[in-house]
Design a protein around this ligand. Structure first.
Ligand code: CU
Length: 237
């Protein structure tokens, strides 16, 4: 009877794993950065949910099964058990470490310091934060625009981020980009947007009374629209 109960309880982690795999199924990401981060998040969830469910079930089972024992006896040494939980923990930590390291070492997550280290032909954008707006400069084309950054889809974009006054932070959740903007220091971001659309850039570091209005738009457009936009800017300038 009890064994049937135990077996039923142990089915929970299996059901949990299946549920996570169904609900955390890969969805089309909007940038290579987002794809990497969501991917490792999914992997870790598939690992963490069954372990969490298994531990909870084990705890409940132990509490229920032994609740009536009046004279509890301490557990003696059990070397096999101790070795197995040490090894199991080491394997879990190794998996978490390797999975995270692979993502963190990717240039789309930890960008190189200079554009020379970027493969291919990246679009360069210098992003400057100031109370309370964002400026986007395209140094290769001599174009500077406030409040709107236009980038081509499926091409690497390399961004240098700086501030003129306070500490600000670039945050584009839709593309999974985030970096501090610090006076006197250049931080970098690199990504390839893979889906056209308009994404909001938020300032993610409280920088004064206009902080909540310190927004910008990131427009991901086709290659031809991007060229057209650049030409228009040059004519205007
Ligand atoms: Cu700000």
């Amino acid at each position: 009877m009890r064994h049937t109960l135990l077996r039923r309880l142990l089915a929970a982690p299996v059901i949990g794993t299946i549920a996570v795999m169904v609900f955390a199924a890969p969805v089309a990401a909007q940038s290579t950065t987002r794809d990497l981060i969501m991917g490792v998040n999914r992997q870790l969830m598939i690992l963490a949910v069954p372990i969490g469910v298994f531990m909870t079930v084990l705890l409940l089972y132990t509490v229920l099964k032994f609740r009536k024992r009046e004279e509890p006896k301490p557990t003696g040494e059990n070397r096999a058990l101790e070795i197995s939980w040490t090894v199991a923990t080491a394997i879990v930590l190794l998996f978490v470490g390797l999975a995270s390291y692979q993502v963190m070492a990717d240039p789309a997550v930890t960008a190189p310091h200079s554009v020379e280290e970027v493969e291919g032909d990246p679009v360069e954008v210098d992003i400057t934060g100031q109370q309370y707006l964002w400026l986007f400069e395209y140094p290769e084309h001599n174009v500077t625009k406030p409040r709107t950054m236009v980038i081509p889809v499926n091409q690497t974009v390399f961004m240098r981020i700086e501030s003129r006054d306070m500490i600000h932070a670039v945050h584009v959740p839709g593309l999974a980009l985030k970096s501090d903007a610090i006076p006197g220091q250049v931080n970098t971001l690199q990504t390839t947007a893979t889906e056209e659309g308009t994404y909001t850039l938020f300032c993610a570091e409280y920088c004064g009374e206009g902080h909540s209005q310190m927004l910008a738009e990131v427009k991901v457009v086709s290659q031809s629209e991007y060229q057209q936009w650049l030409d228009d800017q040059k004519e205007e300038g």
